[in-house]
Design a protein around this ligand. Structure first.
Ligand code: GCB
Length: 612
């Protein structure tokens, strides 16, 4: 829209939002920033809760606080006069009056920029903002991103100056058309809750890379895909060099129209090591290799260089009717637990200590695997899991009754899935992409979710695809049409809890012929920390413990279960949980919300995992 002096036009424009949806910040503009130098824009930003979305309705970002003659105008915002808030953080936990705020928040700050090299491009990088984010720089719209848990970039090269004002609106409203939709079993945190960076890249730059072991069972071929972009958008035709010094690999890759691929054969002596699993990544041996990718300029100088630490491993199912998951050719049982990102002090804002402690708690339980529920967690999780040798299930929030009939909702879901995969597909720890959780079996859902499963496969040939599927409660059978599109069937079951008749579980397991590995990706019971009683008393640690004993006894007898992730490692905030034991928390944690006290069921899992 043209800048206009007519303030009346703003209040009569009910379709004000469409203007902001024209330039999308989506997976197409995503830059792989792994290993790149970044400059943080974290810190104190000015902030206001904008209940009526007036920043976008009235174009506050144009900054009309002075007219052309320099005269002060009666504007309704006050960038520098506003309160400050920490970025990153969930606003709900920053100020008591924001605890239940779910509208649009305005963030603004200034920053200075001095180019370091000739012709460099400057990108803004947001690791996670909830949910619809519009970004404005120096009075101009940069673009809008949807999705609360995946990263996005904006190229601000043409717009950035020495002195800059950046303004961001973050709209955390829940809506039936979003992913997730308005009803979830977790707290809807708002704000810029993950890191914000500036990233400098040269005029011709490496935009993305995907380097992995070919999943062909030979352990002798590394596949590499490299994408190169140019500032002027002209197709790039040049060569990239991929090096893995510890493997003696130095391979040229032809880049045509910005894309290049290579099959790299591992040298014979290395291959012997590969086969001996010495060089393969696994929980026991989380070996990472430095991978360096560079491109040269016409003058033969290094034009761009990126570095990543990558593990090489193969994950697959045994095919046919087999129920096995194979890691590097060997059967593996996934000993896991689900975890939400929610932390009682910081919500969805996390840090490396919290992530490392989560992994420590998993390992104390004798586990090797985590289900990162129900949305993409912070990107540091998979990096640390790579180092620590933990396997991961990563998931998009296609949760419950998403608007499966709506094409815009599908686009949003596919974009979130793509952003997650592009962010993490170089991480050996990630072995499963999940395309959804507990969605009723309709034709629209089948079409929506099968397309997501195919999309995941098209972006990544080196991982398994799954989803938390359905049980036919009349026939007492695992039965879900989506299973045809998945490598592994996930099942959430709450026998002994929501369905008190525990005996149905063995019947279902006996009655089903899934023909694929099955992961029990949820089971559990609420127990308030310290609440005691008999094994039949709801909300007690005793009931939870008994249920875990019953469940694990049954799992041991089932031949096709390839792993389990009980619900859940820590108690977490949840506005739907309002009885006297819950008090706004889902209490199915094996550890309390403060992430300190273990409940007795924790030790049931610890014992079970030491035995399977
Ligand atoms: C489920 C959901 C999970 C809930 C859990 C519960 O099936 O997948 O998000 O929190 O059950 O506690 O009911």
């Amino acid at each position: 829209m043209e800048k206009s002096g007519n303030y009346q036009s703003d209040i009569h424009n009910s379709d004000y939002e469409s203007e902001y949806l024209q330039s999308r910040l989506d997976c197409g503009s995503l830059l792989n920033i792994t290993g790149r130098e970044t400059e943080s824009l974290n810190g104190q930003w000015n902030f206001a809760a904008d209940l009526y979305d007036t920043c976008r309705r009235a174009h506050w970002f144009w900054d009309n606080s002075k007219n052309e003659t320099g005269r002060e105008m009666p504007v309704d915002y006050d960038w520098e006069g506003w309160d400050r808030i920490t970025v990153p953080s969930c606003w709900n936990l920053q100020k008591p009056e924001l605890h239940y705020f779910e509208g649009s928040g305005i963030y603004t700050r200034t920053f200075r920029y001095f180019p370091k090299t000739k012709g460099e491009r400057l990108f803004l990088r947001f690791e996670g903002v909830s949910y619809r984010t519009s970004v404005f720089l120096n009075g101009k719209i940069i673009g809008t991103h949807d999705g609360a848990s995946t990263p996005f970039n904006a190229d601000i090269s043409g717009i950035v100056q020495t002195d800059n004002r950046i303004t961001v609106t973050a709209d955390a409203r829940r809506s039936p058309l979003r992913i997730p939709m308005e009803n979830t079993d977790w707290f809807n945190y708002g704000g810029i809750y993950r890191d914000v960076f500036l990233v400098r890249v040269p005029p011709v730059y490496i935009k993305d890379w995907f380097v992995r072991l070919s999943p062909d069972g030979t352990y002798s071929v590394i596949l590499a895909d490299v994408t190169v972009s140019s500032a002027d958008g002209m197709p790039v035709n040049n060569k990239a060099l991929l090096e893995i010094p510890q493997m003696g690999i130095k391979q040229e890759i032809n880049i045509k129209d910005g894309k290049g691929s290579a099959r790299i054969y591992v040298r014979t002596e290395m291959h012997a090591n590969m086969l001996k699993a010495k060089m393969l990544w696994s929980p026991e041996n989380p070996k990472l290799y430095e991978v360096i990718i560079s491109i040269n300029s016409k003058e033969n100088e290094t034009a761009d260089i990126v570095r990543d630490s990558i593990g090489f491993r193969e994950i697959k199912t045994n095919g046919g009717n087999s129920h096995e998951i194979l890691l590097n050719g060997k059967k593996i049982f996934l000993k896991g637990v689900c975890v939400h990102e929610d932390h009682f002090l910081s919500g969805k804002t996390t840090n490396t200590e919290i992530i490392r402690q989560t992994i420590k708690d998993l390992k104390e339980m004798n586990g090797n695997y985590l289900r990162l529920a129900h949305y993409p967690h912070d990107s540091r999780f998979a990096r640390i899991a790579d180092e620590e040798g933990v396997l991961l299930w990563e998931e998009v929030p296609v949760y419950w009754a998403v608007a499966f009939n709506n094409s815009e909702t599908y686009k949003d879901g596919e974009n979130q899935l793509s952003e997650l995969i592009l962010r993490d597909r170089n991480r050996a720890s990630v072995i499963i992409w999940s395309v959804g959780n507990e969605n009723a079996d309709t034709d629209a859902r089948l079409s929506f979710m099968s397309k997501l499963a195919l999309k995941a496969k098209s972006l990544d040939d080196s991982r398994l695809v799954s989803a938390a599927c359905l049980i036919n409660h009349e026939k007492l059978q695992i039965q879900d049409r989506l299973a045809d599109y998945l490598d592994v069937i996930g099942i959430n079951e709450y026998y002994g809890w929501y369905d008190p008749d525990f005996e149905k579980l063995p019947k279902i397991l006996d009655n089903s012929k899934p023909g694929k590995p099955v992961l029990i990706c949820e089971f559990g019971a609420d127990a308030r920390l310290g609440q005691r009683g008999s094994e039949d008393d709801l909300w007690t640690e005793d009931k939870q413990k008994r249920l875990y004993e019953q469940q694990t006894e049954i799992f041991k007898k089932c031949p096709y279960i390839a792993g389990t992730t009980p619900w859940i490692l820590y108690d977490f905030r949840c506005p739907r949980r309002l009885n006297r034991y819950q008090e706004g928390f889902n209490r199915k944690g094996l550890i309390d919300a403060k992430r300190r006290e273990r409940k007795p069921a924790f030790y049931v899992m610890q014992k079970y995992y030491s035995e399977v």
